[in-house]
Every structure is written in structure tokens, then in C-alpha cells.
Ligand binder design. Sequence first.
Ligand code: DC
Length: 219
Amino acid sequence: MNPRVITIDGPAGAGKTTISKLLSKKLGCVYVDTGVLYRGVAYEIQRQGIDWENDEALDVFLKNLDLNFLMENDNLVLLSSGIDITNFIRTQSISMLASSSSAKPQVRAALLDIQRNIAKTKEAVFEGRDMGTVIFPNAAYKFFLVADLSVRAKRRYDEMPGDSKDINIVQKEMKIRDRNDSQRQSAPLKPAIDAIEIDASFLTIEQVVEKMLKCIDNA
Ligand code: DC
């Protein structure tokens, strides 16, 4: 039998990564932040100057793309052709480009096997946008995490370094990403019909994880 898979989907800034990390720790399994892969694609598109809206150029680019994950001290390390690019994928421009380029079906297809292969050998908490709907439709437990836009924007704003940040811009860009991610044709952000929805707007990370563990224990 395949190892157990738990999925957490939801919009940007809902707390998926922190919650996945804590939940996986409590369950003694690994966590996989699949947004990192889409960010890796966006980083390479930007670095190589790829005209990604041109299908032919995108296909050639994806054929040569070599992304891989490593786990190092509880943190995911993203390798592109063997080079660690983890520290370059969290900028606002990469966030926006990951959101728009991830709407391309070829991009999603190129990342399918990397995600499913991990689940063949490891029990894991997978977080993203289409974990419960497309990548792991038979997951043991599925959660869909939501939170108010203003709460999510404030969280992202607080995490950002530097003084030149503007919460209005963070919120505006988050709204655009929400729309891109949920209105695209290919694997849009939406809860699986059998997902348990949790509104994390006014809950602490510990309270959300507690709720999840209860669902898992009671199943
Ligand atoms: O989770 P994140 O904010 O790091 O993800 C960045 C973008 O990648 C997000 O706006 C949409 C895309 N993404 C996706 O389409 N499917 C996933 N499973 C994860 C992320």
C-alpha cells in the first residue's frame, strides 16, 4: 500500500507552510511545499529570459528544466540543475510570475511526477493549490485552509524584510494572485469535494493544527 498522504490547499498567505511544517512534525512525517516548484519554474523563466507565453519556447524550456527537492534540517532546498536556488524564489516578482506561469498546462504537467514520486516512498503533508483535487485525489485526509484577505496580506507584510514595503501593494498583488490561481482553466485553486475547510482568520497556528489532528484521530 502507498504511504499516507495528507493535503492542505488554500490561497497565498493562509498559513499553509507553517501549518504543514507543524502538522508533519506532530505526525512524524515530511512536508512538501509544492509552491516552491512553481517558484523554481518562474525563477528560471526570469533568469533565462524565456518568452513563456509562447508555447514552443515554453516546451523547449521545460524539456531542459531540471528541478529537484532536498530536505535539509526541516527545510526544503530547491535545486535547479544541481544549483541551490532556494534563496532567490521569494521575491514579489517571482510570486507574481509563478502565479501566472502556473496556469500553463505544460508547466503543471512537467511538475506532476516530481510531486507524485515523493508520495510513493514517504508519508507526507503536501501543501499547494491542487493537491486534493488533481495531484492526490485519493489522499487520506484533505484540508482547505482559508483566511480573510486583509489577515493574509498583513501576515505576508510582516514576514517581508526591509522598510520600503507597502501593505496596500501586498494586498493588491495577493488579490491578483487569488484571482489567477482560482480562475485558471488548469487545476484551479478550489476545495476538493471531500476536503475539510478551516477558516484560519482568527485561529493561531496551534489551534489550526489541533483541529486537523482531531479530524485525523477521529477518522
Ligand atoms: O504557495 P506559493 O504562494 O509559494 O505558490 C506560488 C504560486 O505557485 C501560486 O500563486 C500558484 C502556484 N502554485 C500552483 O499553481 N499549484 C501549487 N500546487 C502550488 C503553487
